[in-house]
Design a protein around this ligand. Sequence first.
Ligand SMILES: [Zn+2]
Length: 317
Amino acid sequence: MSTDSPHFRLEEVAPGAWAALAGDTGACVSNAGIIDLGDQTLVFDTFVTPTAGTDLRRAAERLTGRPVTLVVNSHHHGDHVRGNQAFSDASIISTERTAELINETSPGDFDAYATHLSGWIESLDQQLADGDSAGRPDVRSDLQSTRAMAQSVLTTLPELTITPPTTTFSDNLVVEGSERSVHLLSYGGGHSDSDTLVFLPDSGVLFAGDVLWVEHHPWAGDGHPDEWVGTIYRLKALAPSAVVPGHGTVADFEYARLFTRYLTFLCDMVKQAEATSTSVAKLAATPIPPQYAGWASGNRFRSSLEALGRRAGLPPD
Ligand SMILES: [Zn+2]
C-alpha cells in the first residue's frame, strides 16, 4: 500500500496490522508497525527521525481513523525511538531497562552530537571518494545508506526532542482491544540488554524489532548473542505465521533458523578466539561465511565481532 511518506512503505500483514518498512531516504533506517486494536491504535517503534515519526503517526491515523494512544519501543537504539516525540500525547511503553538505556544513551549535548555527525559524514564521503570501494557495489551501497541516515539525523536534529517512555512493564503485558489483542513480550536481553516483541495471537504475526533481521547483518555489539539465540528458541513456541523484522522484509518464521545459525557462528568465533587468545583485530578479520555474503551492511559483521571481542577482554592486536 502506498503512503504519503517518501520514507517508508506500508504492507498489510494481517487484518488490522501493517508493517511500515523503511525505505532508503535514511529517515527511518528500521521498520515500524501499526496495529488497529478496534478501539485503540498502537504503534510499534518510531524510526530514527521526528520527520519519519510524524509521517508514521499520520499513516496510523489514516489507516485506523483514530489517534495513536499506545506506542511500544522495542529497545533503546536511536533508529527505533527517535520518532517518539510525534506521539507525545500517547502512552509510550517499554521495559524498565529500555527506558533507562534511552535516558542514558540519547545525545545530551546536541552541538557536540551535530559535530560528531558532520565528522562522520565527512569520513563516509572520504571513503566513497577514495575509490577502494569502486569495484564493490555492496560496500558502496552500505556506505551510501549509512550516509543517508547520518545526513537525515543531522538535518532533523534542530527539531529533535528526546522523548523517553512514559510507562514500563516487566516481561508480559496483554493489551485487549475491542477487535483484537496484542501481547507485549520481553524475554530479557539478546540484541540489547532488554528487547520487547509484539505478538498478535489471532493472526500469529510477530513484530520482532531487532531480535530478527532479514538479509541484513545484525548489530550484535551491544548484545548478548547466547541469550539472543535462547530468545529466538522461545519464540518458536508461539509458532508465528509471519515476522516483521527490525530490518529487512517481512518473512516466514522459518527464516529464524538461518539467522540463529548466524548468531551461533558469532558466539563460536568469539569463544574460539578466547580459547586461543586471538586478538580483537584477528577476530574481526574473520571472513563473512558465503551464505551471508549477500546480506546488506556487511561492515556490521566486522564491527560486531570487534565489539564482542573487546567485551570478552581479548588483546587488541
Ligand atoms: Zn537495535
